[in-house]
Write a protein that binds this ligand. Structure first.
Ligand SMILES: Cc1cc2nc3c(=O)[nH]c(=O)nc-3n(C[C@H](O)[C@H](O)[C@H](O)COP(=O)(O)OP(=O)(O)OC[C@H]3O[C@@H](n4cnc5c(N)ncnc54)[C@H](O)[C@@H]3O)c2cc1C
Ligand SMILES: CC(=O)[C@@H](O)[C@H](O)COP(=O)(O)O
Length: 660
């Protein structure tokens, strides 16, 4: 099913997506919003503080952006309230930041303890004073989301609630379609990605969740005043945000626990305990609600805004702790960018700041600068071209390895994990002469140890990327990660790369693949146009089934990943080789060049080797050795080995001997 028709499709219905949709609609664009789950949005979970100075943002583009947004708030809120007739609880009440020590240097906005007591009676005796930020304040973020929803609906934006995008389908540098699981595919002239902490599910952007637990209190009935607190209190380990209706919001913990759900006893204890320690009178207030949310964090804690990696894609994510504050300016600048007038301020927030090009070309001569490494003064650099030429010159009837219509000179694929540093990895890959290098999408995405900057460390104009789904335990996860891999390859310049090395591995001890999950995922990915290279146990029947569903290769394992046990299931691999009509790539467990050659001599079409190269004492030398062994094994297989005989057969002729 295709959903056509809007000028702009906004993916994500938190404050950022809705505010952008509103701005674009008011400028005359037709707009559709896909919103997966309103309850999970950080916008619902936030405290709603508008606190650029209290948050301690240092001078620079981020503080400038935050101050510009704060300045827009009064008129932006007026407009929204006028449109909807709904209040959003905007309250420029000022923020007090109490401190337990007096600052060393004097500050104009420092209030001593006596003055502070006038502004906020009842604070702990430990408090020595406070910084006062009179221009800052709060908005009721839940009311804000409601008002934005009403406004966009009233103005004719099509809002698909409960509809999650599962992939951005790109073609020739544009997002052609936004695919959903149950509502068909959507297309639009322009697409805006505003999916908060979940942005990395659709694009390989370094956005990750930082969980925050929250709680709220209520002023007890009969207290005499609906709200005894008249200012936000931004303490050293707690903030207390009074709403005019008698609610008091307490926040927030900050935890790197992924999307772990629920409040924890420790989290609530911390919030309530710290709040009472700062303002003891809160001990008598009613505990009303607890909840949690996920801040969309980025490595530098700045948002990602502006033109994205496809011509018609604009990004608005990664607002981390200040997304409510940054909403008006984000809506304004992003709408301008979508309409073709990007503001120069966006440059500092470009996604490209996280994607720097590799300074070192990948195919270096095979000479290692590392002290423990041998120097191959006589060895010609092994390049895909030289290895391929050596193979074809010596065996002109052979054909190059062809996978999903793409041909490769080298029959060796390597990995990127387990190297001590990227320089050695680059040289080792160059030495091996391989042209296909596999990358663990999930580990790159989550910046797992050893994977930070990995995607940028290789020159992808020279090496074909094979994104893999390592770390996925189920078919669903693998499908999602495969889609991300495709976007990652595009982002790194391989527009037409639809390859995926499919790994569905529920078992961490032996890393053995799940045959059922692999088959399920393969079927779906083939339908979505992927060239699927499934990693499997050496099971000939499974290999056949995978071939039948349209996989581009099969990749039986020699022995468990990283074990270096060599080819432990030669008989089954042999059957697969004999029966397969797609290339057979022996993957995993190869420990030595002789084992690489053994697999190739059996007739494997290619090999994938990672650990034996990366963890060798000299990965560069081992890379070359594996490249040569793969070639030697291929030549030997094609040349035809002699039959094995039980008895000797003399090498020199017995006839014509000179007799004594
Ligand atoms: C505990 C906590 C306290 C905070 N306090 C403050 C504060 O005081 N002041 C402040 O300025 N900021 C605060 N923030 C930060 C602020 O809440 C966020 O920066 C902001 O809400 C981000 O808005 P968003 O629209 O980008 O993301 P979200 O509000 O998270 O919305 C993203 C939406 O996109 C949807 N989505 C995700 N993936 C898909 C998909 N594939 N397809 C369709 N829809 C999708 C999600 O379901 C969600 O509804 C706080 C955040 C937290 C968690
Ligand atoms: C990198 C990769 O894809 C590995 O999972 C692969 O299976 C190679 O295994 P070895 O590390 O044993 O060579």
């Amino acid at each position: 099913m295709a959903n056509q028709g809007s000028d702009v499709l906004v993916v994500g219905g938190g404050v950022i997506g809705l505010a952008i949709a509103l701005e674009l609609r008011q400028q005359g664009a037709s707009v559709t919003v896909l919103s997966r789950d309103f309850q999970q949005a950080a916008s619902h979970a936030a405290a709603g503080m508008l606190a650029p100075q209290a948050e301690g943002l240092p001078p620079g583009p981020m503080l400038d952006l935050a101050l510009a947004s704060l300045a827009l708030y009064p008129s932006w809120v007026n407009k929204l309230e006028a449109l909807t007739g709904q209040s959003v609880g905007y309250w420029p009440c000022g923020i007090l930041a109490p401190r337990r020590t007096v600052p060393a240097s004097s500050s104009q906005n420092w209030l001593d303890a006596a003055t502070l007591a006038y502004y906020q009676p009842g604070l702990s005796h430990n408090v020595q004073g406070a910084f006062w930020h009179p221009d800052e304040g709060q908005v009721d973020n839940r009311l804000l989301v409601q008002a934005l929803r009403s406004a966009v609906i009233d103005l004719g934006v099509t809002l698909h609630e409960g509809t999650g995008a599962i992939a951005l389908r790109q073609y020739q540098g544009r997002v052609e379609q936004v695919c959903t699981a149950h509502a068909g595919d959507f297309s639009a002239d322009q697409v805006v990605l505003a999916t908060g902490a979940w942005a990395h599910e659709l694009l390989p952007l370094p956005v990750f969740p930082r969980k925050g637990e929250m709680a709220s209190l209520r002023v007890p009935l009969g207290y005499g005043t609906p709200q005894p607190l008249q200012r936000v209190l931004f303490g050293e380990d707690i903030y207390i945000v009074p709403r005019r209706d008698g609610r008091i919001v307490l926040g927030a913990t900050s935890q790197d626990v992924g999307f772990a759900p629920h409040n924890t006893a420790g989290g609530v204890h911390q919030l309530v305990g710290n709040a009472i320690a700062l303002l003891p009178l809160l001990a008598d207030f009613t505990l009303e609600e607890t909840w949690w949310g996920y801040r969309p964090a980025t490595p530098d804690e700045w948002p990602i805004l502006g033109p994205g990696p496809a011509a018609n894609l604009t990004l608005a994510t990664g607002h981390y702790r200040n997304g409510i504050l940054l909403t008006p300016i984000t809506a304004q600048l992003v709408a301008q960018a979508v309409l073709g007038q990007p503001d120069p301020r966006l440059a500092a927030f470009s996604w490209q700041r996280f994607h720097t090009a590799s300074p070192t070309p990948p195919h270096l001569p095979v000479v290692s600068p590392t002290p423990q490494a041998m120097t191959f003064t006589n060895a010609a650099p092994a390049t895909p071209a030289t290895l391929g030429a050596m193979s074809l010159e010596n065996d002109p009837t052979d054909t190059p390895l062809t996978i999903a219509g793409r041909t490769f000179s080298s029959r060796l694929m390597t990995g990127t994990g387990k190297y001590d540093d990227f320089g050695v990895m680059r040289q080792s890959i160059a030495a091996s002469g391989c042209e296909i290098v596999t990358v663990a999408v999930r580990r790159v995405q989550t910046n797992a140890p050893g994977h930070q900057g990995l995607a940028e460390a290789l020159d992808w104009s020279k090496i074909w990327m094979l994104p893999n789904t390592a770390g996925c335990k189920t078919a669903e996860e693998a499908i999602r990660v495969a889609r991300l891999g495709r976007e990652m390859a595009k982002l790194l310049g391989q527009e037409d790369n639809n390859f995926v090395k499919l790994e569905v591995i529920p078992d961490a001890k032996y890393l053995l693949p799940d045959p059922i999950g692999t088959l399920e995922a393969a079927e779906q990915l083939v339908k979505e146009g992927f060239a699927v290279l499934p990693y499997i146990n050496a099971d000939p029947l499974l290999a056949k089934r995978l071939e039948e569903v349209g996989c581009a290769t099969v990749m039986p394992l020699g022995s468990p990943i990283g074990s270096g046990q060599g080819i432990r299931n030669a008989a089954n691999i042999q059957i697969i080789i004999e029966t397969a009509k797609v290339p057979v790539v022996v993957d995993a467990g190869i420990g030595t060049p002789s084992e690489a050659a053994e697999a190739m001599e059996m007739g494997a079409d290619a090999l994938l080797i990672n650990t034996a190269i990366a963890k060798a004492a000299n990965p560069i030398a081992m890379g070359l050795a594996m490249g040569l062994a793969t070639l030697a094994g291929r030549l030997a297989y094609r040349a035809g080995r002699i039959p094995v005989q039980g008895v000797a057969s003399a090498s020199s002729p017995l006839t014509g001997r000179v007799t004594e």
